[in-house]
Design a protein around this ligand. Structure first.
Ligand code: GTP
Ligand code: MG
Length: 599
């Protein structure tokens, strides 16, 4: 079996990236029979000059009819190995492919036009390769025919570009003079450039080592999806994802991060096939767990006994910004890191660098094509690795609005302080317009303590019915209880956000949670028993609600099982709704806070 190698082709616009790929496909005999002739004939018919880029377009059109083939990639083989090659026409496509895991690159070809020389994007792309940890790079000085195959032109470009790459920490494996369109030095050595003593581009690529995968052996598998089958007799819950590194097999004891849930691999599943022995790096796979715990897309699975990924909300990063609107403090963005997503804020900028001239400055924002060393704070904890340990789970993209506007790598784990939230609470404490009637005085008048009762459970569970039943029971006992339903909250407080609670860690959801926390603070400050229901609460959200409602005590009540928060009161599945409400009431009455009030 030949091994498989993933390559990306980058470089300034029009310098010949697609031509390099198209001609590599043609000259290694990797094209479907007659394809080249067909595209040439079509060009001749329409009196258009033939381009290798057309060949790629024609293949794309063909491949996209199948469902499994990613259209950004081409496949070819040398004597030594199979190549998957990604055409990266611009920064955004490049970063998107690299960071979202649509593609992985173990090596890169950086194309520079001999006539145009080194351009800003040649430098920016060089910087991005370094940022993304792609260390195996070959530089192709293309279109040498337009420079009369001159050694002098080549040497000048080589010197200039090597000097730049050195500054970003890349030593290219080679710099190859090339005329991709004419096939000179592409697959075989060219007779037109006898002064060049190195290898052809393809032979040079064959020299790349498959090292990346050997370095980090421990299992990392970002959860992509969870499928639940409800067909008769089949109630398996299959977890799907792609193995980033390491191996998994039946019986492995695994943990999920950040939830810290543990289970054992029960079965390995492959679509329409018998279960394999094990799954290894790069493999998209499915599996079931014993016990069938509830995990979510975005969690990172690792094997017990191997190194664990880091979990945190704050990290130091290097970010390459591509958005036209600068990256700045005070605005909310979204981070995508392997399969996880979270709202994120820019907390601090430590330094800023122009990616094409590497001039550093100190600023309060990161402008387009600049690189910033920054501290980010995510709304909820994310599982990750430092990028120098493992590139795949240590790099991310930042989404501004609906567009990917930046990408980068995690340099340092700064723990989980909730800086934004703590600052807000401090400010609230300081500026709060205090009533003459303290909470305790109100509580004495009402005859009971105030509290925040938070109901949660899977989407679809009748949390609202439970909330109303509980509210009424407490009310009938003479307590000042108030239930705020999700729809009611949505109609007024969150009219700009929609009436339903958003699922997943969206920006809307984090804002909805924040507002409910503030309302809980108001109601409990007024001495009430405030009850609300939020489906699918996560531990981080509970933390935020507790912080916002403070100093009122918060009691989390979980609908039957299957909640993401633990260590709270769980309702009995066998009970009716009224019995459940009674159960909650008893639970509350037994809490120290209420016992003190002797309700
Ligand atoms: P974008 O995808 O638009 O960024 O361009 P690209 O980098 O993929 O360049 P592409 O391969 O489309 O080539 C751009 C132009 O340069 C085309 O007209 C090619 O035919 C031409 N070209 C590519 N390689 C060579 C070469 O070796 N010699 C000459 N003379 N022209 C070339
Ligand atoms: Mg192209």
């Amino acid at each position: 079996m030949k091994d498989q190698f993933d390559l990306v082709v980058v470089g300034h616009v029009d310098h010949g990236k697609s031509t390099v790929i198209g001609r590599l496909l043609a000259d290694t005999g990797s094209l479907p029979d007659g394809k080249l002739e067909q595209v040439r004939a079509e060009c001749a018919r329409s009196a258009k000059p033939f381009e290798y880029a057309f060949l790629l377009d024609a293949l794309k059109a063909e491949q996209s009819q199948g469902i499994t083939i990613d259209t950004a990639r081409s496949f070819f083989k040398s004597q030594k190995r199979h190549y998957i090659i990604i055409d990266a026409p611009g920064h955004i496509e490049f970063l998107k492919n690299m960071v979202t895991g649509a593609a992985r690159a173990e090596g890169a070809i950086l194309v520079i036009d001999a006539k145009e020389g080194v351009k800003e994007n040649s430098r920016r792309h060089g910087y991005m390769l370094s940022l993304l940890g792609i260390k195996q790079v070959v530089v192709a000085v293309n279109k040498m025919d337009l420079a009369e195959y001159s050694q002098e032109v080549f040497d000048r470009i080589e010197d200039e570009y090597r000097a730049f790459l050195k500054k970003v920490g890349i030593v290219p494996a080679a710099v190859v003079p090339l005329a991709a369109f004419h096939g000179e030095n592409l697959v075989t050595k060219s007779a037109k450039m006898p002064w060049y003593t190195g290898l052809s581009l393809l032979d040079q690529m064959d020299q790349f080592r498959k090292e990346a995968k050997a370095e980090f052996q421990d299992l990392r598998l970002p959860v992509q999806d969870v499928y639940k089958f409800t067909e008769e007799g089949d109630d398996r819950r299959i977890i799907a994802g792609r193995v980033e590194t390491g191996y998994l097999k039946v019986g492995d004891e695994v943990s999920f991060f950040p939830s810290l849930k543990k289970a054992k691999i029960k079965t390995l599943e492959e679509f329409n096939r018998d279960s394999p022995e094990s799954f290894g790096p790069g493999k998209s796979c499915g599996f079931t767990l014993e016990p069938e715990i509830y995990v979510r897309p975005g969690e990172l699975m690792a094997k017990n006994g191997e190194t664990a990924p880091k979990v945190g909300t704050r990290f130091k990063v290097n970010i390459f910004w591509m958005g036209r609107t600068p990256f700045q403090k005070g605005r909310k963005y979204k981070i995508k890191l392997h399969t996880a997503e979270s709202p994120v804020w820019l907390e601090e900028i430590r330094s800023v660098l122009d990616a094409s001239d590497l001039v550093a400055g100190k600023k309060d924002r990161v402008d387009q094509y600049e690189v910033g060393e920054c501290v980010l704070e995510a709304y909820r904890p994310l599982a990750f690795d430092l990028s120098h340990d493992l590139a795949g789970t240590g790099r991310f993209v930042i989404v501004d609005g609906f567009e990917i506007a930046g990408g980068g790598i995690i340099l340092e784990d700064l723990g989980s302080d909730q800086i934004q939230l703590q600052e807000h609470l401090k400010l609230r404490e300081k500026l709060w317009d205090r009533s003459k009637i303290a909470r305790e005085r109100r509580e004495r008048r009402l005859g009971h303590g105030s509290a925040f009762v938070l109901l949660t459970g899977p989407t679809g569970s009748p949390l609202g019915d439970l909330g109303r039943a509980l509210e009424e029971r407490l009310f009938e006992k003479g307590r000042s209880s108030y239930f705020l339903g999700a729809a009611n909250a949505g109609l007024g407080l969150g009219a700009d956000l929609g009436t339903q609670f958003s699922s997943g860690a969206t920006e809307d959801r984090s804002e909805q949670v924040r507002r409910i926390g503030e309302v809980a603070h108001l109601f409990t400050d007024a001495g009430n028993l405030f009850i609300t229901a939020i489906p699918e609460l996560e531990p981080r959200e509970v933390e935020i609600l507790i912080a916002l409602a403070s100093p009122a005590p918060v009691y989390v009540i979980q609908w039957e099982k299957e909640s993401l928060v633990e260590g709270v009161f769980t309702l009995d599945a066998g009970d009716t709704l009224e019995q459940k409400a009674e159960g909650v009431e008893k639970f509350l009455a037994n809490q120290k806070h209420f016992v003190e009030w002797e309700i």
